[in-house]
Design a protein around this ligand. Structure first.
Ligand code: CP
Ligand code: NVA
Length: 311
C-alpha cells in the first residue's frame, strides 16, 4: 500500500504514476462505498479549512460535502473574510491555521500562494486551483475516463483552446498515466513552455506523446477524448472580447468532433460558456460526460483527503 499521509497536493508532478493510480483506485472504492451506503469515516474528529480567493461551485461543494461524508468538518474561508484579505501574510496564516486544522485547501490566483502556504503549513495543503494548475480536477477526470473506457494507457485526449491551468494539469496527468495528449491553441495562448517540457519528460517514462499544435482538427484526429475549457478563465474577464476573436476557430462543435473516434467522450471541467468554446449539440450530446466528471470531483477528493489527512 501507499502511505501518502502528511503530503501536500500542489500539482500531479509531485506524485508518481503508481501513487496517482493508487488514488484513482481509492476514489473508485470510496465511490462504491458511498453508493452502497457504507459508513467510512477516516476524517472523524478532523477539520479541513477551505480558502477561496476565487468563485467556485464544484470545488466548494464537493470539498464541503466530501469532508462531511468522511466524518470530518469543513470550514469555508473566503479570502476577503479572513485577515489574509487585509494583508496578513501567507506565512502567518499558514502557521496559525496549522494549529487548528488538519488540512487546508486553497483556491487562489498566483500559484506561488499555494506553494508558500504549503511551505509554512505543518498540515497538508491541497491546490483547489491556481492560475497555473488544477490537479483536483484532473484526478477526477482521469477517474471518469477510466470508468468510461476501462483503461487509460494508450488513449488519446485532445485539449482544444486556452493553454491554461486545465491544459497544464491535463498534460501532466496524461503524461503520468500514459495517455497521449494533443493540445491545440491559437498563437499567444499556448500552454506554458516549461510545463510542456516537464510533461514531455514525464511522458518518456510512460510512453505517452505530448503534442502542442495549432490546428484543432489535427489535435482531435482519432481522439478518444475531446476536452475544452472557457476561453477567459477567472481573472481574465476583461480579455473576453479579444479572446472571443482569437479563439473563434477553436470551438468544439459537431464538425470538429467528426475527426475524433465515433465513441469519443466530450469533457469540460465546467463552468461552460455554451455556444462559445463548445456548441450546445456537443455539450448536451450523447458523447458528453460532463456531469460524471463533476460528480467524480467528490469521490476523487474524498480519496485524496482520506489518503493525505485521514487516519
Ligand atoms: N471545475 C471547477 O473547479 O469548478 P468550480 O470553479 O465551480 O469549483
Ligand atoms: N480555467 C478555468 C477553470 C475553472 C474551473 C479558470 O481558471 O477559471
Amino acid at each position: 500500500a501507499f502511505n501518502l499521509k502528511g503530503r501536500d497536493f500542489i500539482e500531479l508532478t509531485d506524485y508518481t504514476t503508481e501513487e496517482i493510480q493508487y488514488l484513482l483506485d481509492l476514489a473508485i472504492e470510496i465511490k462504491d462505498k458511498q453508493k452502497k451506503g457504507e459508513v467510512y469515516h477516516p476524517l472523524k474528529g478532523k477539520t479541513v479549512g477551505l480558502i477561496f480567493e476565487k468563485s467556485s461551485t464544484r470545488t466548494r461543494v464537493s470539498f464541503e460535502v466530501g469532508t462531511y461524508q468522511l466524518g470530518g468538518h469543513a470550514l469555508f474561508l473566503s479570502k476577503n473574510d479572513i485577515q489574509l484579505g487585509r494583508g496578513e501574510t501567507i506565512a502567518d496564516t499558514a502557521a496559525v491555521m496549522s494549529r487548528y486544522l488538519d488540512g487546508i485547501m486553497i483556491r487562489t490566483f498566483g500559484h506561488e500562494n499555494v506553494v508558500d502556504l504549503a511551505r509554512y503549513s505543518t498540515v497538508p495543503v491541497i491546490n483547489g486551483l491556481s492560475d497555473l494548475a488544477h490537479p483536483c480536477q484532473v484526478l477526477a477526470d482521469l477517474q471518469t475516463i477510466y470508468e468510461h473506457k476501462g483503461t487509460l494507457k494508450g488513449l488519446k485526449l485532445a485539449y482544444i483552446g486556452d493553454g491554461n491551468n486545465m491544459a497544464h494539469s491535463l498534460m501532466i496527468g496524461c503524461a503520468k498515466l500514459g495517455v497521449h495528449i494533443s493540445v491545440a491553441s491559437p498563437e499567444g495562448y499556448e500552454p506554458d513552455a516549461q510545463i510542456t517540457e516537464q510533461a514531455r519528460h514525464i511522458a518518456k517514462e510512460t510512453g505517452a506523446a505530448v503534442e502542442v499544435v495549432r490546428d484543432p482538427k489535427a489535435a482531435v484526429e482519432q481522439a478518444d477524448v475531446i476536452y475544452t475549457d472557457v476561453w477567459a478563465s477567472m481573472g481574465f474577464e476583461e480579455e473576453q472580447k479579444a479572446r472571443e476573436a482569437a479563439f473563434a476557430a477553436y470551438q468544439v462543435n459537431e464538425e470538429l468532433a467528426q475527426h475524433a473516434k465515433p465513441d469519443y467522450l466530450f469533457m469540460h471541467c465546467l463552468p461552460a460558456h455554451r455556444g462559445e468554446e463548445v456548441s450546445e449539440g456537443v455539450i448536451d450530446g450523447k458523447n458528453s460526460i460532463i456531469f460524471d466528471q463533476a460528480e467524480n470531483r467528490l469521490h476523487a477528493q474524498k480519496a485524496l483527503m482520506a489518503a493525505l489527512i485521514g487516519s
